[in-house]
Structure formats: structure tokens, C-alpha cells
Design a protein around this ligand. Structure first.
Ligand code: 6PG
Length: 262
């Protein structure tokens, strides 16, 4: 069932996380091939959390692995926790264990946020790295992979955070308060400059926030502020996360329900 869409966001609903991840992998492969053919490289900023792990594992396994020219793929992160890169909390480690350890990716192709530094220093160095890599022209990622927390955060942009007001800096420190891990995050201007944004969300616990963000279009949640200026936005969600959105009848113009990963 494919209905006309009336906004830039397209919502694709899949049976489960496996189907989401396989579809996202096919998008990743096609985009990487097109971008490398058109401008010699594929730049992607990836998220942490649990949802994208299956995608990273799929990309690091056959037949997908051999379909990607890893030497021309450049990885950045949407955010990082201020921990060692060997910590189980590290978004770098998540991607390393599931993907980088399975492929031949040149070390210089990963642009890690140095979580072991202070938040301010890590943010400053990451911003410098992006400016040098993108040659001081606008930082436009070919693809940004995002997730969303149950509170509507994305990357490490949390509700009511001052980081949401940042319009100049590319990356900022996020002080999480008592006993929580500080972070570094890309800012909204960078996220919304992407050529393609893929949100991945799965599970019944995300159903409420999916309805608020996609059905009610509630902009009080950071994920609701993701709206690429020139690029495209796709939400890949599973039936459990979509159940309240579907029953509400909202966003029905943007919905496509897929029975498989294709
Ligand atoms: C992080 C992520 C974060 C994540 C959401 C969803 O560093 O935690 O970048 O933004 O995408 O918290 O996490 P789950 O996929 O685990 O639900």
C-alpha cells in the first residue's frame, strides 16, 4: 500500500527489526555506490544505541559486505558518550564490534569523537576534524542514521536541552547531570543539512513517542525537529512501534506498510 506523501518525511513500516535492518542495509549499499560513483566518496554519520546494531552486523556480513567499497566510505558519529572507546557505553565500540572488526576499513576512514577527552575538548576537536574533512565547505553528510529514545531525543539532543538552540557550532558538549555520562552531539543544523536521513525505531516501547512525533508532529521533541533542508527523510519503523500511529489514522498520507524488507 503506497499512499501519496505530502511532506518530505516518508514512513516505511516493516514486520520487525530484522526487516528494517535489511532494508536500511540495501539503502546504505545503493547510496554508497551512487555517492562513490558521483563524487568519489560516501560520508555517513551513525548513531549509537541498540537499534542499529543489527544493521551494522548485516553490513559486516555477506553478501552485503562485498557490495560496499569500504575504502571510500567515511564514518562519523551523530554523538558519543564521554567514555573510553573500549567502554561498553561507547558508540564507537558498538560499531567496531558489529561492523568495523568484520571489514577492511582503513583506520583513517573513521572519524571518532574522542570520548576519552573532556566534553568541550572532544566537541572542539570533532568540529575541527569535520571542517578539515569537508574542506571548510558546508558539512553535508551523504547519509545520517538516527535513532530515537522514548523521550523523543535523537543523537544526544535531549528535550529542553540548550544544545537544541545551537545554530553555529557543528558539535557541542552535553552535560548530563548527576551520575550520568556526559556526551558530545552533532547539532541540528548539521543533522538537517544531510542529503539523506534514516531514522530506525522498533519495539512497542517507542509506540507512544512515534505517535507524538510522527502523528501529532509535536515539535517539542528533538526528533520532531529533524527535517532536512534539502535532503530526504525516511523513518523505518516496525509494526510494534507503529501500532498507535496506524490506529490513530494520522500521517496516513506518508505511510507505506511493507510486508518484507524490500
Ligand atoms: C545514543 C544514540 C541515541 C539513540 C537513542 C535510541 O548515543 O544513545 O545515539 O540517540 O539513537 O537513544 O536508542 P535505542 O536504539 O537503544 O532505542
Amino acid at each position: 500500500m503506497r499512499l501519496k506523501t505530502n511532506t518530505s518525511a516518508k514512513i516505511l513500516i516493516f514486520p520487525d527489526l530484522e526487516a528494517i535492518s535489511r532494508h536500511a542495509a540495501s539503502i546504505f549499499i545503493n547510496l554508497s555506490q551512487n555517492c562513490i560513483a558521483s563524487h568519489g566518496r560516501f560520508t555517513v554519520a551513525i548513531s549509537g544505541g541498540s537499534t542499529p546494531r543489527k544493521l551494522y552486523t548485516i553490513l559486516g556480513s555477506e553478501p552485503y559486505r562485498s557490495l560496499i567499497d569500504w575504502g571510500n566510505v567515511y564514518f562519523f558519529w551523530t554523538d558519543e558518550r564521554c567514555v573510553s572507546k573500549n567502554s561498553e557505553e561507547s558508540n564507537f565500540k558498538t560499531a567496531f564490534d558489529a561492523l568495523f572488526s568484520k571489514i577492511l576499513l582503513p583506520a583513517q576512514n573513521t572519524h571518532r569523537i574522542k570520548g576519552e577527552e573532556s566534553p568541550e575538548k572532544a566537541a572542539g576537536e570533532y568540529e575541527k576534524d569535520m571542517c578539515e574533512f569537508f574542506g571548510n565547505s558546508k558539512v553535508i553528510f551523504d547519509l545520517i542514521l538516527l535513532g530515537m529514545g522514548e523521550d523523543g531525543h535523537t543523537a544526544s539532543l535531549f528535550p529542553s536541552s540548550k544544545a537544541l538552540e545551537e545554530t553555529k557550532r557543528l558539535a557541542v558538549p552535553v552535560y548530563m547531570g548527576k551520575n550520568k555520562i556526559n556526551r558530545v552531539t552533532l547539532t541540528l543544523p548539521v543533522l538537517n543539512n544531510a542529503a539523506q536521513i534514516l531514522f530506525l525505531a522498533a519495539g512497542r516501547l517507542k509506540a507512544d513517542i512515534i505517535l507524538k512525533v510522527l502523528g501529532n508532529r509535536d515539535k517539542s521533541y528533538p526528533a520532531g525537529l529533524i527535517n532536512p533542508v534539502h535532503g530526504s527523510l525516511h523513518w523505518l519503523i516496525d509494526k510494534e512501534a507503529a501500532e498507535k500511529l496506524i490506529s490513530s489514522g494520522k500521517a496516513s498520507n506518508n505511510l507505506t506498510i511493507s510486508e518484507s524488507a524490500d
